[in-house]
Design a protein around this ligand. Structure first.
Ligand SMILES: *Cc1c(COP(=O)(O)O)cnc(C)c1O
Length: 404
């Protein structure tokens, strides 16, 4: 490892406060690098994978820029950490969040690209949001009133986004009120309409109607001399399904982290994306259990012969999916081992007749290393979807690598 990279990793580790929990400082030769056996699972992120994915996603969208959705703590992987990486990509036009406090935390984390808040905000944070140059969504009549009051309180131009509900039925201004609110926004001093956006559903016919409705609204507003700003509609699924959904930019979430919204998509061959993270933990116990004994509260796995069983200090309370005990694998020392038990804070692996792992060995629960443990491969094995990482606990330490 060259000095620059080592320093970088150590610096990241210190920044994230990892040194104090005794984690190995890199992914290589865990036995040599392990400082001590730590009771905490952790996440490792690859800058290279994120930056390559950003370029591929833009290519997939015909060269359009990407507004990366990093809601839900960056899909469980650390919104500040992921945003800091994406801030370096020329293909990323901005980043979108749902909670105002997370948008502020990301700005404080040094992210300089445009930030869009797609959800509502607490009025007491309005001034800080405007001063942090966070674009605020007009997503209801009430949010517009707040934004209007804010414009009077600050000398800064407040960037706003018009969030129109064209049929998702979940968020945004009902379609028939959108024109009226857009006119009010345009007529309010101190506001700049920077974006007009909506969210497409998955059924193709319905999404096509949504696009038509959106285009009609834009045409009407433009005919009244209102500049609508940047237009966007497409989450990951629509990007892959409907090329006419691209507009001025695309707005994917899950693709950014290297997973397709559905497990099997043929387009994946033309536009390969890379898993961007590893979830890891160290083996904290390895014991030979006897025939007839069982593991865990539910005694889900009963031993039919004497076998070595390893314990990892990670469980469903950390966000690891409990369905893993139905057939997932974990990689230790280049070998896959079956998961036979997942409790709130522990996971057990069946090692077998021989003791091939040791206390302190690093286990990769999710990562790019084998098809069985990629986010998509894991999702398939546990009968889940490709968004499972969203459940990862915010408290999991994050280690940023230049590359894996
Ligand atoms: C979550 C979300 C997205 C991204 O969805 P993916 O399926 O992860 O691509 C895009 N737009 C809005 C408004 C969202 O809430």
């Amino acid at each position: 490892m060259n000095e620059g990279r080592r320093n970088f990793i150590i610096k990241s580790a210190l920044t994230a406060g990892l040194a104090s929990v005794g984690l190995p400082l890199s992914g290589e030769s865990p036995k040599e690098k392990t400082v001590s056996v730590g009771p905490n699972p952790w996440l490792e992120l690859s800058e290279e994978a994120y930056l390559k994915n950003a370029a591929t996603i833009s290519k997939l969208a015909g060269g359009k820029p990407v507004m990366a959705v990093l809601k839900n703590n960056g899909y469980g992987l650390g919104d500040v950490e992921v945003a800091q990486i994406l801030n370096k990509s020329e293909h990323i036009a901005g980043m979108a969040f749902v909670k105002e406090k997370r948008a502020l935390a990301v700005r404080k984390g040094g992210v300089t690209k445009p930030i869009l808040l797609m959800g509502d905000f607490d009025e007491s944070l309005g001034k800080e949001l405007a001063e942090s140059e966070i674009t605020l969504s007009v997503c209801s009549a009430d949010s517009f009133k707040k934004i209007k009051r804010l414009a009077k309180q600050t000398s800064k131009t407040v960037n706003v986004a018009l969030y129109v509900d064209t049929g998702l039925g979940r968020m945004g201004i009902p379609y028939d009120q959108a024109q009226g609110l857009a006119e009010k926004v345009a007529a309010t001093r101190g506001l700049n309409l920077a974006h007009t956006f909506s969210t497409l559903t998955t059924p193709k016919d319905y999404a096509t109607e949504q696009i038509q409705k959106f285009n009609e609204l834009v045409k009407t507003l433009e005919s009244k001399g209102i500049s609508v700003g940047q237009k966007h509609l497409a989450p990951s699924y629509s990007m892959l399904d409907l090329p006419n959904s691209f507009q001025d930019m695309v707005r994917p979430g899950i693709l950014v982290h290297g997973s397709y919204p559905l497990a099997k998509m043929s387009i994946a061959e033309q536009f390969p994306l890379f898993p961007t993270y590893r979830m890891k933990a160290q083996v904290i116990r390895i014991e030979k259990l006897r025939k007839g004994e069982s593991i865990g509260f539910s005694r889900f796995y009963k031993l039919e012969k004497d076998e070595w069983i390893a314990t990892l200090p990670v469980g469903w309370a950390d966000g690891y999916n409990s369905g893993a005990e139905e057939g997932a694998f974990v990689l230790v020392n280049d070998q896959l081992y079956r998961v036979v038990n997942v409790n709130a804070s522990h996971t057990n692996l069946l090692i077998g007749d021989k003791k091939t792992v040791d206390i302190g060995d690093t286990a990769t629960l999710i990562g790019p290393d084998r098809p069985e443990i990629t986010p998509e491969g894991f999702g398939k094995l546990v009968g889940g979807h490709n968004y499972l990482q969203i459940n990862y606990k915010e408290s999991l330490p994050k280690l940023v690598h230049e590359k894996f």
